[in-house]
Design a protein around this ligand. Sequence first.
Ligand SMILES: [Zn+2]
Length: 244
Amino acid sequence: MEKMYFSRLSSDAKSIVNEIEGHIRKEISIKLGSNQFASVNVNSAVISIPNSDYFSDGPILHELLHLKRYYLEGVAQVEVYDLFRDKVHKDCVNYIDNDIEHLAIIPIEVAMYPQRREYWMSAVRENITELELIRKNNLIGGDVISRNFNTIFRWIFLRHIIKDYELEARVKSLLESFGAVEKAIQLDGIVASNLPKEVFVREICDFYEFSTDRISLKYASGKEMTLTKYFQPSVVEESNSYSL
Ligand SMILES: [Zn+2]
């Protein structure tokens, strides 16, 4: 990571940077000009942020934890293979990956930096307010699947990660309005069973009747990245190795 950024991090975050960079033998790049996210690429590990003012320990630690899971722990990253697939399907799959990863990452993040709990609470609060507006105005909000998916995962997030009872009650009321309480309880049971990510993704896709024929699981570890089309093992597809 460039010195001008690295020097602004806490020692905890610095040691995670060193750990990742030592493993992949590349520098983590900071890219400006877009939303905050981390990307695991064939040739680089990148953390994107809107501008340099946005560079601060909390958000960067969050993205570093994403990268650590993919690179060091070898956790699969869910991707949509076919970019021309309908947008709702694509968004939901992207949510699946992010939501699953957040169930693992945010408890670590909050344990390291307790002030991040307030950040996540206000992010969920904002999300709930949007969903309440959709309910109030009787809007569909994308489509029913993505609206319900979003509501259910906010509920699970609050139950398992943030544990705020007032917000949880607001989401529960949304679930009741959307007729999604039963589905939420079922999905909560899947989350509680602590499955490996591959099985978990399959369960969620089956649960929502999402087709998995356009989903791939990408693994990045060591100095090689392999792209495996996990959900179609019978089809001979790309199984390429790239240098990182
Ligand atoms: Zn994240």
